[in-house]
Design a protein around this ligand. Structure first.
Ligand SMILES: C[S@@+](CC[C@H](N)C(=O)[O-])C[C@H]1O[C@@H](n2cnc3c(N)ncnc32)[C@H](O)[C@@H]1O
Length: 321
């Protein structure tokens, strides 16, 4: 979408005004949205409504061979050891926490980890020497491609699967830009991600997630070969889910490299997404996380100290509730 059109439709009152003209929206959806990668369209009250809208244009969902190829290989030739083209700023925050936590040994489950691109990035930065296993859970087509790629690369520590319940117990659960794509990640209609694991992870690292103060809404994101619902989470509900399972936020960061722009809905513009480090109460209490800290002389990270760190970071980042 060219910049002027984007500014008019996504950021100005003109875009909101055009919403009154259903034919303008239909025209835009057919001519622009359905023919471009990564664009968002519409605001819906449920995953099902967004899915039904997307179905009117073709294939729906992430389990798609063409999309899997783009996700896993990008524009790289197959099995090229070259790193992913663009390093997203917020990935450094996740890497920092992995660096702090994976200094002895550890296992990771990467939910929605596509072809293991983030694993490759961490290898490139030398973060995974002590890692025992990195298990990606994703859709079948993506897993097939990911497996092929890492077999060709000779990666020794990564494995793939399509079922979170069958994933090995992980010290750290990652969900990087993936929760908003899922039908029921917070277990509102069945098992959510935390009910879907064999045993609780000590740490859940979430990155690139859109949180809003109003009610949950879904939009539809197009990937050319397929389109999928994409959720903007109600902030309170999102935190309540993790808190109910015994997790506390110990760190949060802004994701300035990603934005939400939905044509005809300037009121939904988000200039950044968010990232979080959740730790389980039991891991904080028994010191199992602190025992993985590199410095033996460092004081144990008590819940109180973590709370203070969180408060300090909130005020620094202006992200506090
Ligand atoms: C936007 S991509 C993020 C990929 C990667 N984590 C990153 O940070 O670039 C979302 C990923 O979630 C996966 N995904 C979507 N729904 C899923 C589900 N129900 N279970 C597992 N993975 C899913 C998609 O196939 C895709 O790989």
């Amino acid at each position: 979408m060219n910049r002027l059109l984007k500014a008019l439709l996504c950021h100005s009152v003109f875009g909101a005004w055009l919403r009154r003209l259903p034919f303008a929206q239909r025209l835009y959806a057919r001519i622009v949205w359905s023919r471009r990668m990564n664009l968002m369209f519409g605001v819906f009250d449920s995953f099902g409504e967004a899915e039904a809208f997307a179905a009117g244009f073709g294939k729906v969902g992430w389990n798609d061979a063409a999309l899997a190829k783009v996700l896993v290989e990008g524009t790289r030739p197959a099995a090229s050891p070259a790193p992913p083209k663009v390093l997203q700023t917020s990935q450094f925050a996740v890497m920092l926490w992995l660096m702090k936590l994976l200094h002895s040994r550890g296992t990771v489950t990467d939910l929605g980890g596509a072809g293991g691109g983030f694993y490759e990035l961490c290898v490139q930065y030398g973060l995974l020497d002590r890692l025992t296993r990195w298990h990606v859970v994703d859709m079948p087509e993506v897993v097939k491609r990911g497996n092929e790629r890492h077999r060709a690369l000779g990666s020794s520590k990564i494995s793939f699967g399509t079922d979170l319940k069958a994933a090995p117990r992980a010290d750290i659960l990652l969900a990087l830009g993936s929760l908003q794509c899922m039908a029921d990640p917070l277990g509102e209609r069945g098992p959510g991600i935390l009910e879907g694991v064999r045993a609780s992870s000590d740490v859940v690292l979430i990155n690139k997630v859109p949180l809003i103060d109003g009610d949950d809404v879904w939009t539809a994101q197009n990937y050319l070969s397929s389109a999928s619902p994409y959720r903007l989470f109600n902030r309170r509900k999102f935190f309540a889910y993790f808190e109910r399972h015994g997790y506390r936020v110990v760190d949060r960061w802004a994701v300035p490299e990603l934005a939400i722009e939905i044509p005809f809905h300037p009121e939904r513009v988000m200039t950044e997404l968010e990232g979080f480090c959740f730790m389980h109460d039991s891991a904080i209490a028994d010191g199992s996380l602190t025992s993985r800290r590199p410095s033996r002389s460092a004081k144990p990270a008590t819940a109180r100290r973590l709370h203070c760190q969180q408060k300090a970071r909130q005020s620094l980042l202006h992200l506090g509730p």
